[in-house]
Design a protein around this ligand. Structure first.
Ligand code: ADP
Length: 326
């Protein structure tokens, strides 16, 4: 068993609901296993500036239900440079931290991988992102809550969408991944989802106009994944205005409200399981792995795989969406 006495924990990059539940689980599992825990504030910036606080079990009391992250998060440019990572390592040595748990998305885990390679420090990552875009895990912490938030918002928009032939483009987050748009579209009964994964294969707008947007419907709702590839909801609306001026187009960008709110039961449970698994992994001498979940089983995914590989979208869902929108 690895001789780890003190764990440092940080949240980095975009915040996601459920990060607090993960912080709680990591902290309590580590303490249960007689390790010390240190909370590192503002992501990698806290390692560079030394903003670090010892965590006891009561530091993580009453947070499982809170969105955001009590450790705060930040984007830290210094950590992208060799010099910044050197300072971070000096902080780790000074604080007596033997291993790190990093909760964040693709960028944060990329930073973790580089840091672990440079300084030979054990790091375990937890996939904390609403985008669900990390390879090797069926879902990520925050994704389910964001999906539910999208569903509630779009249900409300649908209530007002009663005018004839009104076409609503609703932009959801995803950072070049279509999971929120596609599954959100299924959850709200939207006519279509426009996602970057199939952008080069079909003209999704043409397809929508030709097949999906039927005149017999009072209104149509289309979820568009934010992405430079698709041009987002505004890009779609501009195209429709130019080519099909007969349609009354509306755009809603859900924006940051998708990140907020109390985590769903699914996210709290996922974060709790993954947080506990992070400590198990470190005790088993695992390093440079992300905790994932596949078919309800915890798995260890090497950082290299989680970051480098594109997570495939389930194309059957697109087909189902098409059928259900007739
Ligand atoms: P996310 O983790 O949500 O994808 P970012 O891509 O903004 O968020 O990354 C969060 C932070 O991770 C960055 O601000 C930086 O500190 C660190 N990071 C990202 N990419 C790298 C990299 N290539 N090298 C070192 N650190 C990185």
């Amino acid at each position: 068993m690895a001789n780890i006495k003190c764990i440092g924990i940080l949240t980095s990059g975009g915040d996601a609901p459920g990060m607090n539940a993960a912080i709680r689980a990591v902290t309590r599992t580590a303490i249960y296993n007689e390790m010390e825990v240190k909370g590192i504030y503002r992501g990698y910036r806290g390692l560079v500036t030394g903003e670090i606080v010892p965590f006891k079990t009561n530091n993580v009391s009453n947070i499982i239900q809170q969105g955001g992250t009590i450790l705060k998060t930040a984007r830290c440019m210094e950590f992208m440079q060799l010099e910044g990572r050197k300072t971070a390592y000096e902080t780790i040595q000074r604080e007596g931290i033997d291993a790190l748990v990093v909760i964040g998305g693709d960028g944060s885990l990329t930073g973790a991988r580089i840091f672990a390679q440079e300084y030979n420090i054990p790091i375990v990552g937890l996939p904390g992102t609403i985008d669900n875009d990390l390879f090797g895990t069926d879902t990520t912490i925050g994704y389910d809550t964001a999906l539910n938030t999208i569903m509630e918002c779009v249900d409300k928009i649908r209530d007002t969408a009663s005018s004839h032939e009104r076409l609503f483009f609703i932009e959801v987050m995803g950072r070049d991944a279509g999971f929120l748009a596609l599954n959100g579209a299924l959850a709200v009964g939207a006519e279509a989802a426009i996602i970057p994964e199939i952008w080069t294969e079909v003209d999704q707008l043409e397809e929508l106009i030709e097949h999906g947007f039927r005149k017999s419907k009072n209104s149509s709702i289309v979820l568009v994944a934010e992405s430079e590839i698709t041009g987002g909801a505004m890009g779609m609306a501009d195209r429709v205005k130019q080519r099909y001026p007969q349609y009354d187009v509306r755009v809603t960008i859900l924006g940051h409200l998708q990140r907020g709110g109390s985590p769903s039961a699914t996210d709290r449970i996922l974060a709790s399981r993954m947080g506990a698994a992070a400590i198990d992994a470190l005790m088993e001498d695992q390093r440079n792995v992300m905790i994932g979940i596949q078919n309800d089983q915890i798995v260890y995914v090497p950082f290299s795989k989680a970051i480098k590989n594109d997570k495939p979208i389930n194309r059957d869902l697109l087909h189902t969406l098409r059928i259900l929108s007739i």
